[in-house]
Design a protein around this ligand. Structure first.
Ligand code: ATP
Ligand code: MG
Length: 381
């Protein structure tokens, strides 16, 4: 019988007493992505297996679950050397003639009469005899023929890499500022991959930014939901705040004051929904508003930790991740960003907190934030 064997991140093994919690979450998340599939999940001595009709579809879904590092297609058989040898032969013959191989056996059940080395030797000898043209190579073989002996015996037929990371939702939550750009969806992906539950907030400057810009962010949120299972996007009306800043604050400080407002709104939402932290897609030095000084001044407006998973990454590397996770094509669609509409000609790059706070204080800060949050629209993707 053909099955999938699911391997999860070794970090999960290191969690000692938390291991149970991690495994439970990971199982829950796998169950979630498989809700439309017919399958059976079972365990054999700490290994996880899935049996089902559409193994290929199931495999593609499971490999994208955070925490899964590998999904192997295996065949289950009796604990009988001849059966194992026959299966190993077909596993080897899936490789082109001339491939060098090594048999690796794990005997988890010590009641099996032969030890691992002995099984590998016997299977290897059988393969050499029955598969002319293939040869054994111990140090760096081109193919591994894996055998596991548990309550049943298993022979590996193929393996695909999983996405890695930690089970989604195991490591607290964050309110991510999600724009239509390249960076913030990547930041969201990385946070989610590390097991953090990600919620999104998009600041919408109607009518300066169009419905299309908003739809684009919804589309990006939907792509992220493909990894996380579900994604809550909060769309917050931001025009009034921007107008107030334009009217009453120094022109060269528009951007930094706006960023502080974004921070305050994200924190207010985080508080409203019991979310631990806030996050952005900023990378130090990338643009004038992302100098270390500016990041420090915007952080001061936050009442909780601010995470910037891209802070030390180069744009090209961010773009590569964006392509790999499928957000790039959407991110590069033309759109108006609320930040590009209200850009000062000469933005301060080394803002001084003292002045910024003084200039910002002429505005009814709390009232503006409260009103913006009260006007939020929530989309569940
Ligand atoms: P991105 O590609 O994520 O838009 P960027 O390089 O264009 O980033 P900025 O536009 O300066 O940089 O934005 C920096 C960060 O601020 C973004 O990564 C995002 O987290 C947040 N941000 C910017 N504009 C918005 C917006 N309209 N709504 C929500 N968050 C935003
Ligand atoms: Mg942007």
């Amino acid at each position: 019988m053909e099955l999938l064997l699911i391997k999860y991140a070794s970090e999960i093994f290191l969690k000692g007493l938390n291991r149970g919690r991690f495994e439970k979450k990971l199982k829950e998340n796998m169950k979630n992505v498989l809700k439309d599939e017919e399958y059976r999940f079972y365990e054999d001595q700490n290994r996880w297996f899935i049996a089902g009709e559409n193994l290929e579809t199931i495999r593609e879904k499971i490999r994208k679950v955070f925490g899964v590092i590998e999904v192997c297609t295996v065949v289950q058989t009796e604990r009988n050397l001849e059966k194992i040898q026959e299966l190993a032969l077909s596993a080897l013959q899936a490789y082109p003639a001339g491939t060098t191989f090594k048999v690796v056996t794990k005997r988890a059940d010590k009641n099996f009469p032969m030890d691992s080395m002995e099984v590998s030797r016997q299977v290897g000898a059988y393969l050499l005899k029955n598969a002319p043209g293939y040869s054994v190579e111990i140090k760096s073989p081109q193919a591994f023929i894996d055998v596991e002996i548990r309550e049943h015996a298993y022979v590996y037929m193929a393996r695909v890499k999983g996405i890695g990371g930690m089970p989604y939702g195991i490591n607290g939550s964050t309110m991510l500022m999600l724009s239509g750009g390249i960076d913030s969806p990547v930041a969201g992906f990385l946070l989610a991959k590390r097991g953090i539950e990600v919620h999104g907030v998009y600041y919408h400057s109607h009518p300066y930014t169009s419905e299309r810009a908003k739809d684009k962010v919804k589309e990006l949120a939907a792509i992220l939901a493909g990894y996380t299972g579900k994604f809550h996007l909060h769309v917050v009306p931001f025009t009034e705040i921007q107008m107030a800043i334009m009217d009453q604050c120094p022109e060269n400080e528009l951007t930094i004051i706006m960023r502080r407002f974004m921070m305050m709104c994200a924190c207010a939402l985080a508080k409203k929904y019991n979310i631990h932290s806030v996050s952005t897609g900023e990378s130090v030095g990338q643009v004038a508003s992302q100098t270390m000084e500016a990041l420090v001044v915007s952080d001061e407006a936050s009442d909780r930790p601010v995470f910037r998973p891209l802070v030390a990454m180069d744009k090209v590397d961010i773009m590569e991740i964006s392509q790999n996770i499928g957000t790039y094509e959407t991110s590069i669609l033309p759109y108006e960003d609320c930040c590009t509409i209200f850009v000062p000609k000469h933005p301060v790059t080394k803002p001084k907190l003292e002045y910024i706070k003084k200039h910002e204080a002429v505005l009814p800060v709390e009232e503006l934030v409260e009103k913006a949050i009260a006007g939020e629209e929530v989309f569940v993707l």
